[in-house]
Design a protein around this ligand. Structure first.
Ligand code: GLV
Ligand code: MN
Ligand code: MN
Length: 423
């Protein structure tokens, strides 16, 4: 282990962030734009400044800590992840990656390493789904995959303009033309695995080769509101009964052999008017499918749509389907992956290569720079829940590997190659 990596510093910072947005009903609730998001951002700003890095916030509200390079190189070596959480989430998803990244750069700085390239830690805005219906908001704005101009009139479910929330965190949709993703030479996102493969294999670190695609539809089933006592069973158009059918169709679809490489979830549902003595008139829900194979993802979505249409028509329930996300799987840079594999081996560890079934900002960064991901063991593979946990020593190993990888990239890109893709 490198002398400088300080496991207790990472651990302390994890605990500082874990207290922000701690939900009295369990876990951490720190969505984009919330009071907790603002407090967590301020805590990160203070840590970045204390680490001796230059602090900036870009127009997408992404937070940056930069250690300037010592010569003419302007392209950044960027590492980082996100700070926002899901409702009742854990302390490691996103935050661990930001803090491991900060530790790697701070250690390079403290041990007197004279970097050629500017080294940057980034915390992207709003990676998780939020009330604006826009996950990976900061990385999608940064990489141009979302158009800021198209979002000027965009509101949250409760009617708050996106621009107001973005201004609150230091961004501004009107200035997004200042975002410059071509400044990035390479991006590496360290992240907790959120699955149990590393834990099962008793390995602390993995290297990611591919990130899942994600497809989400907002579905509305509309029946007829009526009296729960007086409406005869044969006369009902009960939207919640129809929803039960919709769930069971979904489960059957995902159990079919051809759907082997797919997972699906219906995790968000609203029933109207949601009263004891009224036949439900409407159900809104989000169907999510994930696959590392784009064809399978689309075939699954199409089959479900066809079956839902047939079943709802039999029940005389109106169906409306609105696609809200169609994100293709992405393959990460083989050059960055090979380098990470070498660095894991150099730490006398077996580099297990895995696909990520969670979405990440790295998905979008692949479009602008060679991108890689380092996974850190999640104990019992738990995530998006309060029990999420990764050991301090595993986080420290990840920081050490990242530290060595950044140093290597800084030197090799200086000596032999204009960009990482040609390594
Ligand atoms: C992000 O956490 C996702 O995979 O939904
Ligand atoms: Mn997450
Ligand atoms: Mn995450």
């Amino acid at each position: 282990m490198q002398l400088g990596i300080d496991a207790s510093r990472i651990h302390r910072r994890i605990h500082v962030l874990a207290a922000i947005g701690a939900d009295p009903t369990g876990g951490i609730t720190r969505p984009f734009g919330s009071e907790a998001d603002l407090v967590a951002r301020e805590a990160l700003r203070q840590e970045i400044v204390a680490a001796g890095l230059n602090y900036r916030v870009d127009a997408a509200g992404n937070q940056w800590g930069i250690l300037p390079g010592r010569d003419s190189h302007t392209k950044l070596l960027v590492v980082g992840s996100h700070l926002d959480t899901v409702p009742h989430g854990g302390a490691y998803d996103g935050a661990a990656g930001v803090l491991v990244s900060l530790e790697a750069i701070q250690t390079l700085h403290e041990t007197g390493y004279r970097n050629h390239h500017p080294l940057a830690v980034v915390a992207f805005t709003g990676e998780e789904p939020n009330s604006f219906g826009l996950s990976t908001l900061g990385s999608r704005l940064y990489t141009g995959r979302l158009s800021a101009a198209d979002l000027l009139e965009h509101h949250s479910a409760s009617g708050e303009p996106l621009q107001d929330a973005l201004v609150r965190v230091g961004g501004d949709l009107r200035s997004c033309d200042t975002l410059n993703p071509s400044e990035v030479a390479v991006f590496i996102e360290p992240h907790v695995e959120q699955s149990g493969r590393l834990d099962d294999a008793n390995l602390p670190i993995g290297v990611v080769d591919r990130i899942t695609g994600i497809y989400r539809d907002h579905v509305t089933l509309t029946g007829e509101q009526n009296h729960a006592g007086t409406t005869r069973m044969g006369d009902r158009k009960d939207a919640l009964d129809a929803f039960a059918d919709a769930i069971s169709l979904f489960e059957t679809l995902l159990q079919m052999p051809w759907a082997d490489w797919m997972v699906g979830t219906i995790g968000q549902v609203q029933v109207y008017p949601n009263a004891i003595n009224i036949v439900p008139s409407r159900v809104d829900f989000i169907v999510e499918l994930r696959s590392t194979d784009l064809e399978q993802l689309h075939a699954g979505a199409q089959r479900y749509h066809q079956q839902l249409t047939a079943h709802m028509s039999q029940r005389h329930i109106a169906l409306s389907v609105d696609n809200i996300l169609d994100q293709a799987p992405e393959t990460l840079s083989p050059a960055v992956r090979n380098l990470l594999v070498q660095q894991v081996r150099a730490h006398h560890l077996t580099p297990l290569t895995v696909a990520s079934w969670a979405g990440h900002d790295a998905t979008h960064m692949t479009r602008v720079a060679p991108t890689g991901m380092l996974f850190i063991r999640s104990i019992h593979g738990k995530s998006h829940c309060p029990d999420e946990y990764s050991r301090p020593e595993d986080l420290a190993v990840a920081a050490d590997i990242l530290h060595d990888t950044m140093k290597h990239l800084d030197q090799v890109l200086e000596e032999v190659a204009p960009d990482v893709a040609s390594l």
